[in-house]
Design a protein around this ligand. Sequence first.
Ligand code: PHE
Length: 344
Amino acid sequence: MKEQLEKIYAAASADLEKASSINDLEEIRAKYLSRKGEFNEIKKNLKNLSNEDKRIVGSLANEITKKLESALKDKHDEFYKKELNEKLQKERIDITLPGKYIPQGKVHPLTSTTNEIVAIFQSLGFSVVPSEQSPEVETEYYNFDMLNVPKDHPARDVQDTFYTEIAKNVVLRSQTSGAQIHAMEGKNPPIRVVAPGRVYRNENINARKNNFFHQIEGLYVDKNITFGDLKGVLNEFIRIYFGSSRPTRFRNSFFPFTEPSAEIDVQCIMCEGKGCRTCSGTGWLEILGAGMVDPNVLKGVGIDPDVYSGFAFGMGVERLAMLKYAVDDIRLFFNNDEKFLKQF
Ligand code: PHE
């Protein structure tokens, strides 16, 4: 039996020599040291021996299994380290590599310009009319009638209004001024709001004009509002929006819903007033119309013009964006050319 033990030990040692992974070691342990392993088989036969032999063979068996176990443990430690190192090498990541580029959408320049303008007026105490309270598809009642534009007045043609087939009097709004009526109807002054939105006009398209564009309407109605307030607010807006001094001019003008009326021009940024394609040779770009709310308009919505007065304005978002970012053609805003949009 002693020889048998020596033989098994030699075989186990040879197997151990050949082992190359933790898996191999598990197999060796199962083959020799488990309950059904070869050493146990021998130990089972110990009972047939004399007491003296039992002691000798038994202690030899114990000694050999201990040796084998410690050899297995050493190998295990060695393989474990080796396999861990290989894994670490294989799964190594270079944290200095640049990350994956995930393209990110950007806010359209007209949206950011609108947000910027609205924020300026908010800082001056105006609140924003939600879009559902100033619809793009509008009745003539709000787009013209209530704004003091007589039925047969050429102003209805001047703005080249798009009429719809929904009903005879339903139009795509030609101006955001209808929002003034929505803002005043059923309400009491003070009213101090801005209403941004899209408007439509059947125009010949060129560098300055598109058949739809964006406006921001403003309205301030309270006691003792004067033309001085109008000038103060709009000059302050221009100062904040353009930052440094940009030549501007007030011109008198006419709108059926304001009296007196004015327009503000800003010097063309492309030619600095010399005259070019963008400003069609005039050196100026009109950015807004404004005026004192006509008493007839106030009366129409049930506000007493003897007690209250107000001013209103409507500015062109595209024009303001062109003047700030030196965009020489309004059509660039609508072509959605990435080369253009990426610059903002
Ligand atoms: N609605 C006018 C336009 O589109 C601008 C305007 C608004 C003028 C408010 C006066 C007061 O031309």
